[in-house]
Design a binder for this molecule. Structure first.
Ligand code: SF4
Length: 365
């Protein structure tokens, strides 16, 4: 067995590929080093399977300062951009091929071994948060992961999810183990769903939203529903009225309103301004609150060294999120928090180059 990365789980590529070959009879294997996965394609160049995910870096990251969760110790349950959606506002970049198939994308033992090491180091956190670089409920071991984490930690456990798979009873049964579930609902009908979330073709809006309604009836923990507003797309008074209908049925404890303050995947989407968010919040009723931040009052500050390292890197050359993450060996989600702060204070700006978002130091600041 070949160990591929010192910090990540190791995977026997040979046997996994052989397994894939036997099952799917592919014509080619494509090793996509950027996404760290091996695709098995047929002669029409259609992806037949993505059997092997080679992981780079840490599965457990942070704690990162989170507006919603305080100090949040993040746990990645899927590799980078294994997601059922390709949201126009995603900060992590384009999903490429969305997926709906649940698999043990990151194995339970790899997660537990990194998490227990981190906990033993004496780290202080308010939550262990299952989230990461894609959709965590796509990990088919979610239920066992939650149960096993409970055995090694008393910290409250939160699950940040796009909510796309709650129509699946297995996902609902697994998610009930969390103390707090934070699903998204960015649209109120199929058209908006396709415009904003660009879901896998196997996911229909009504089925997805009814799954969340069913989950809210079965679950005794807290649900904080996030709505991501985009100017001119889902932020009118009519939209608020239609969201209200779903919120009434989902009955979350809180409704958290966010917007595209940070640079998103698609540069054409724009944030709703503060008066617009206030108005929308008022229309949604007393459970609604704004979690978007336009100012630097949420600046992380818990790792000044990391902020300085990012600035130093960007002084030398403009970098993508991925460049910074791999260059400094820090999880993307952690980098995003610090970039958010540097963008809000005007020390850093985002520029578009060759269709990719780059960050650079602002020379006029
Ligand atoms: S925002 Fe979340 S759900 Fe949407 S594409 Fe990005 S990772 Fe997936």
């Amino acid at each position: 067995m070949k160990r591929l990365y010192e910090n990540g789980p190791f995977i026997n590529i040979k046997s996994k590929i052989a397994h894939g070959l036997g099952k799917k009879d592919p014509k080619y294997l494509i090793i996509d080093l950027k996404r760290f996965m091996v695709k098995i394609v047929n002669d029409q160049n259609r992806v037949k399977n993505s059997e092997v995910f080679v992981l780079k870096g840490n599965i457990v990251y942070g704690p990162v300062p989170s507006r919603r969760l305080g100090r949040s110790l993040g746990v990645d349950l899927v590799p980078y951009k294994v997601c059922s959606y390709d949201c126009v506002y995603c900060q992590l970049g384009s999903t490429g091929q969305t997926v709906i198939e649940r698999k043990p994308y990151i194995p339970l033992d790899a997660i537990l071994s990194q998490l227990s090491k981190k906990l033993k180091s004496g780290v202080k956190a308010d939550f262990i948060t299952l989230a990461g670089s894609g959709e965590p409920t796509l990990n088919s071991e979610l239920g066992d992961i939650i149960k096993e984490i409970r055995k090694i930690s008393d910290l409250p456990l939160s699950l940040i999810t796009n909510g796309s798979l709650f129509w699946d009873e297995r996902v609902r049964k697994a998610a009930v183990g969390a103390d707090l579930v934070l699903p998204s609902l960015d649209a109120w009908d199929q058209k908006g769903f396709e415009t904003i979330n660009r879901p896998n073709s196997g996911i229909m809006f009504n089925e997805m939203a009814e799954g969340l309604v069913t989950f809210s009836r079965e679950y005794s923990g807290a649900i904080w529903l996030e709505i991501f507003l985009l100017e001119g797309i889902n932020s009118t008074e009519e939209d608020a009225g239609r969201f209200r209908e779903w919120i009434k049925r989902m009955d979350p404890e809180r409704v958290q309103i966010n917007t595209a303050v940070r640079p998103p995947a698609e540069r054409k989407v724009s944030a709703v301004d503060m008066p617009g968010l206030d108005n929308f919040c008022r229309l949604l009723g007393e459970k609604a609150e704004i979690v978007a931040s336009f100012k630097d009052h949420d600046a992380p500050g818990s790792k000044p060294g990391l902020e300085a390292d990012i600035l130093e890197l960007l002084e030398r050359r403009p970098c993508t999120l991925e460049d910074i993450s791999s260059g400094l060996g820090v999880h993307r989600n952690e980098v995003i928090k610090y970039l958010d702060s540097l963008l809000s204070t005007g020390q850093v700006e985002q520029v578009e180059r060759e269709s990719a978002g780059y960050y650079r130091v602002r020379r006029d600041s």
